[in-house]
Write a protein that binds this ligand. Sequence first.
Ligand code: SF4
Ligand code: ZN
Length: 312
Amino acid sequence: MSYIRCHKCDQHAAMRMKHHRLNLCAEHYIEYIQKQTLRSIKKYRMFTHSERVLVAVSGGKDSLALWDVLLTLGYQADGFYIDLGIDEGLGYSSKSRMMAEQFAQSKGARLTVIDFAGEYGLTIGELAKRTRRGTDKPCSVCGIAKRHTMNAVTQRGDYDVIATGHNLDDEAAVLFSNTLRWDTDMMMRQSPVLEAHHGMPRKVKPFFRFYERETAAYALLRGIDYIQDECPFAEGSRTIELKHLLNQLEDQSAGSKLNFYMNYLKAQEQKFFNRDKDEATRANLNRCLQCGQPTTAEGLCGFCRLLAQSQR
Ligand code: SF4
Ligand code: ZN
């Protein structure tokens, strides 16, 4: 029987990557993902072995796969999970928290869990309702709250860098969305590395070159148990629509997503917008009078304003 062979060892290929014209067996695929991640970390100077990395873990495939790779590569990587209290439907938060805790335990790794309601006195859903910011979906409030909590934990725990599991599909969808609106400020801020500023640590995305199916395959082949359901509020979101459109392009022409995003990064390096990326990130930022985190607003940051509104 004929089968597709691994390009390295002739074994049965477990993964086919059309865009790279590369087929690999399980063992060589795992090695490939780990080596390519190391390459991105070094090329983009994300962090070194002497720095402390905090991995934002959601319990999904990307963040757990990232944590797994960083631990395998010998980085000082701790995990961080925010329990948002989203337990509508199938108990999304409880399940994803369990996945994150199980993974940490299996690796003997340190995981900080923040229970959002315990910390701030209300769940994300309640915060959205009380501030009337999204009565059907709490996503806009949730984004602000997650960013704020992540910054606070990093500062408290004395970490040098926050690593998130964003993959190529996520990054291409954000770029697509920003491009459709020609939001050049947001475009300039999009990068695999955002340098530290205003007391905030560096933020990095070591998986930015991997397709979603590649991180999923890695998690599967490594036997990582992850939550397969999306957050119930993700359904029908604009990002999912854009991902769907990009998938159609990718089906017609393998490598479209990778080219779209990687060539954008090249254009950014060549100062396509005649501006410096870090300058754009820092421009017009003040410190929040309540929590000290950077904000474009004067006075309170978006999160502290939400909390104040919710208490009225
Ligand atoms: Fe938060 Fe869920 Fe919306 Fe994501 S989809 S921003 S986790 S509420
Ligand atoms: Zn604040």
